[in-house]
Write a protein that binds this ligand. Structure first.
Ligand code: ANZ
Length: 940
């Protein structure tokens, strides 16, 4: 019988679905193991062969753990809110829910076809109301919490209110806004309800504030820092500007230190930890306070080098700094305003990255040096970022490069406090040695001591203190989009109110248009039925808004990362409609044991999820404060893009061999239009790119048109994608799974080459043939006892495959299987025991063929939970040795003897041998020398 993979794969996929083979139980005596994939955004293009790489690896691991007897949770779902569906809706009027559902269908078909062992009964979709009900619920929990620095955790807002009621806020240590006035318990009681709400907002872990945001006019929305690449939007490459808007923010900064510390407790890739560490950006230094001459104002700066304070020759404020308007003198007003307007157009990334253009303006105002009392000019400059530190710096041109460049540019004094001191990089690297010489109290001190002393002196003056600063900013949580989670929030007197849990979810309203409204409001501003009735407790028509019992609802929606920040916990109990998950479920599953996904989420999803998890932990909702013990980033699969070269300024296309000295522009051609010899299907290309339908093609002498090739990330936009559907059809999912693993180490990036798949496909055919006696039913094959060689092959394979899986070295397992099948075929092995064990080893990698052969071996149950074969060392050991038997040093014959024999037993066996007696011819040997495992020499 032939290896009919199409039929076999369809058969087992159906079997698994019907029998719910991979359903994980929340009640189990078995030990749990949770294997998670980053769930996909269901895009219109479907999966290409690069997407399943991580899913195949995690599936192998999940299946392996089932064979090991674990109760394995291996869920899958969809991160189904997002911009592409919304943009498609804007263009076509098609509701995003419809496109999303259609895309999910394609994804599901493609995932099923690859034979993944997902527990589909736990599927989640972030865009479904049953799911986002809990995203809204978490938002409410965060709103109702504050961060108590004394207990170092999030607490219920009621505990804060209790303190404010009894003693005011003087002794409250919280991570909160920094503009909160000190008030007493009496003040608090006397505040109006709105005033109280305003104050509490400054403490809440999610709050409304006027924030500087990255506004993308083309997309009509705010973007997070990680959604901007090189100053433009990651999606679409549109310009991004800074703008002040009232936005929801999440106080992730409260968790900065814990997010850093937690990295030491999890097994995640070092590069990923490094990028989170840099993103959080902890700096130790000091805050120093400078009085502003002629004003009742002070400027607080953050500096990592308080020891250089005697080198300050000017101060620089960020153009957005709130003091700028107050201190700028009439004389400089026009210049300052013009400058502020010009910089508003530059995104923060540009400002940080740009080292060449120096720009700034003088405010006309002066600050007073804390120690010398000298006047220091106050400038504004956009190299100082509004959102970092205090948005103001003390500028030390002899210590800081940007300050130096600024001083040079504007001809400001550059006092040298390092006169006669070695300030080379090497000298500075040795922090204990560099001597600072610039004042009475710092003279002669090594660097570290000088920093401490400067802080001490500032404190003595009451003008500074030691400070740790983090680069991590609070995360803006509002998006001006339609296709996202609505906030469970309505407004009374401008103050946000939460809707009670029992009325959730608040479902997305219908709108006519998915664009912002004409007055610039977010798309939900187009909805007619978008008001909250506090009596009927439901969403009602806007026309009913009376600000007495019916109030307007929030118009923003939540960002892309909201839905993915707790999905891993929701999978534990996804169909629970009363709670986000039951206590029993979370206590059993606890956390993710293995998480596999892309490294591009390092400072987005993976940081936000850790933040929410820590919050949930503080609230006693989850038992672990890190959600994933181990994480692996799968490498990227690259494609071989094809390029057609177009002559500059024209429509003439030039074959690769002829472009040498010409000015050409490379244009991507779809790889399906190119054959194995890099020749382009010209007609196909003309049809594919309409704008080149009438282009001229200059071919090589032999009449062919050659394209250039280059390895790039596999992506639809580069027209180099390979679709897994066609491969499954031609070679089967098992061949594809094996091949994706065979390509190379999981974590490395590697090029795709479809031609190579014949290798793993050929292997599966050989494997199939090895089971022939069982496939054709003639099971009586006379091999009841496994041969020694077969056992040796089997056990060395068990050992290697087990080690490989545990080290996530899946590529090396594939070659181990190939060797094993070659050896067993050569041995003509047809022993059931050996072949059963072998097919269990193969089953995590190639599950369909494994199920089929398992059933051919006579099993009626799925192979999925068959125990993983046990490796036994003894089969690898040689059990006997062919001893050379020598007489007076000359080898005469050999004897096969067990390696278990003692020296005496060996001697006795040799002496008893007929051939020995022949050699001795009745003589008594003088000596018999036995070296066990090596030789026997008879002397005499
Ligand atoms: C004086 C000084 C002297 C500084 C010197 C450096 C060297 P990190 O390590 O990144 O935390 N700074 C502070 N706030 C800033 C802002 N909002 N925008 C731009 N720069 C800012 O660096 C902290 C240092 O960066 C601070 O120490 C400050 O310059 C500058 F020889 O103060 B320093």
């Amino acid at each position: 019988m032939q290896y009919n993979f199409n039929e076999i794969e369809a058969k087992w996929q159906k079997y698994w679905a019907e029998n719910q083979t991979f359903r994980a139980e929340n009640n189990s005596d078995k030990k749990k193991f949770y294997v998670l994939d980053m769930f996909p955004y269901p895009s219109g293009a479907g999966l290409h062969v690069g997407h399943p790489l991580g899913y195949i690896a995690s599936d192998i691991y999940a299946r392996y753990k089932r064979h090991q007897g674990f109760n394995v949770l291996h869920p899958q779902g969809y991160d189904s809110f997002g911009l592409p569906a919304e943009q498609y809706a804007i263009q076509t009027g098609q509701h995003p829910a419809i496109t999303t559902a259609a895309n999910i269908k394609t994804y599901r078909r493609q995932l099923d076809q690859l034979g993944f062992s997902f527990d589909w009964s736990r599927e989640v979709r972030t865009s479904s109301p049953e799911y986002y009900k809990w995203t809204q619920w978490i938002f409410i929990q965060i709103f109702n919490s504050w961060y108590n620095t004394d207990t170092d955790k999030a607490e219920d807002i009621d505990t804060l209110i209790a303190i404010l009621e009894t003693e005011g806020n003087a002794n409250v240590n919280a991570v909160c806004d920094d503009d909160i006035a000190v008030f007493s318990a009496e003040d608090w009681t006397a505040f109006s309800e709105v005033e109280k709400q305003e104050i509490l907002l400054k403490y809440r872990l999610t709050y409304l504030a006027d924030t500087e945001v990255n506004w993308c006019p083309a997309l009509g929305t705010v973007l997070a820092n990680d959604e901007i690449v090189n100053g433009v939007s990651e999606r679409g490459g549109h310009p991004v500007v800074r703008k002040k808007m009232t936005q929801w923010s999440m106080r992730i900064s409260a968790y900065a230190q814990r997010l850093l510390d937690g990295l030491d407790t999890i097994d995640w890739p070092q590069p990923l930890k490094d990028s989170q560490t840099n993103w959080i950006g902890r700096s130790e230094g000091a805050s120093a306070i400078f009085n502003v001459n002629g004003h009742d104002e002070t400027i607080e700066v953050f500096t990592t080098r308080p020891d250089t304070i005697f080198g300050v020759s000017f101060m620089t404020l960020a153009p957005e700094h709130e003091l700028v308007g107050k201190i700028t003198t009439a004389e400089y007003k026009d210049e300052v305003e013009a400058y502020i307007e010009a910089t508003a157009k530059r995104s923060e990334r540009d400002r940080m990255a740009d080292v060449k253009t120096i720009s700034g303006a003088f405010t006309g105002a002066y600050a007073e040096h804390p120690f010398t009392k000298e006047p220091i000019p106050i400038w504004i400059g956009d190299y100082v970022l509004a959102g970092y530190g205090t948005g103001a710096v003390m500028s030390v041109p002899c210590g800081d490069q940007r300050d130096y460049d600024f001083a040079k540019h504007f001809n400001l004094p550059i006092p040298n406090i390092f006169e006669g001191i070695d300030i080379s990089e090497e000298a500075f690297a040795d922090k204990d040695k560099t001597i600072i010489a610039n004042s009475d109290f710092l003279n002669g001190l090594p660097y570290k001591k000088a920093v401490k002393r400067a802080i001490f002196e500032l404190e003595k003056l009451g003008q500074g203190k030691g400070k740790v600063n983090y680069r991590l900013r609070d995360a803006v949580f509002s998006r001006q989009r339609y296709w996202g989670e609505p906030f469970p929030v309505y407004y009374v007197d401008g103050m946000p109110q939460m809707i009670a849990k029992e009325h959730l979810p608040i479902e997305l309203p219908e709108v006519e248009k998915y664009l912002p409204t004409e007055t610039g409001e977010p798309p939900l501003g187009n909805a007619d039925v978008w008001a909250w009735d506090t009596v009927a407790n439901k969403v009602v028509a806007n026309s009913k808004i009376d600000h007495k019992t019916v109030f307007p609802l929030e118009l923003n929606t939540m960002p892309g990362w909201a839905g993915s920040s707790q999905y891993f916990n929701r999978y534990m109990d996804p169909n629970n409609s009363d709670e986000i998950f039951s206590k029993k479920a979370i206590d059993y599953w606890e956390d993710v044991d293995l998480y596999i996904g892309g490294s591009e989420h390092a400072t987005g999803h993976l940081l936000y999820s850790r933040f929410w998890q820590k919050f949930m932990f503080d609230k006693g909702l989850v038992p672990k404060d890190e959600f994933a013990k181990k994480l692996i980033n799968q490498g990227m699969i690259t494609g071989t893009s094809a390029f057609v070269y177009r002559a500059e300024n024209g429509k003439t296309m030039i074959s690769k061999g002829l472009i040498a000295d010409k000015n050409v522009v490379p244009i991507h051609a779809d790889v399906s239009l190119v054959n194995a010899s890099d020749e382009l299907d010209i007609d196909g290309f003309k049809k594919w790119r309409e704008e080149y339908a009438d282009a001229e093609f200059i071919t090589e002498e032999d009449g062919t048109f050659k394209v250039g090739r280059e390895v790039e990330k596999m992506s639809k936009s580069k027209f180099n994608v390979v679709n897994p559907d066609a491969i499954c059809e031609e070679y089967g999912a098992d061949s594809l799974r094996l091949y994706e693993m065979f390509l190379g180490p999981l974590e490395q990036s590697k090029p795709w080459n479809t031609a190579g798949i014949t290798g793993t496909h050929g292997f599966l055919k050989k494997l199939w043939k090895l089971y022939a006696p069982f496939i054709d039913g003639s099971q009586d094959n006379g091999q009841e006892e496994p041969s020694k060689e077969a056992l040796k092959t089997l056990h060395k394979t068990i050992k290697k495959v087990q080690e490989d899986i545990e080290n996530f070295s899946f590529n090396t397992s594939v070659s181990t299987f190939m060797i094993a099948v070659n050896e067993l075929s050569a041995q003509k092995c047809a022993n059931k025991e050996v072949l059963e064990a072998l097919i269990i080893l193969v089953s995590p990698y190639a599950p369909h063929i494994a199920e089929e052969l398992w059933s051919k071996l006579g099993h009626t149950e799925s192979i999925a939970t068959a125990p993983f074969p046990k490796f036994e060392e003894k089969y690898l050991k040689e059990s006997s040795k062919e001893y050379p038997i020598s007489f007076n040093g000359k080898m005469k014959f050999t004897m096969e003897l067990s390696l278990d024999l003692s020296k005496d037993e060996i001697e006795a066996a040799v002496m008893a041998n007929e051939k020995t007696q022949q050699q001795l011819q009745g003589r008594e040997p003088k000596k018999v020398i036995v070296v066990p495992g090596k030789i026997v020499n008879i002397v005499g």
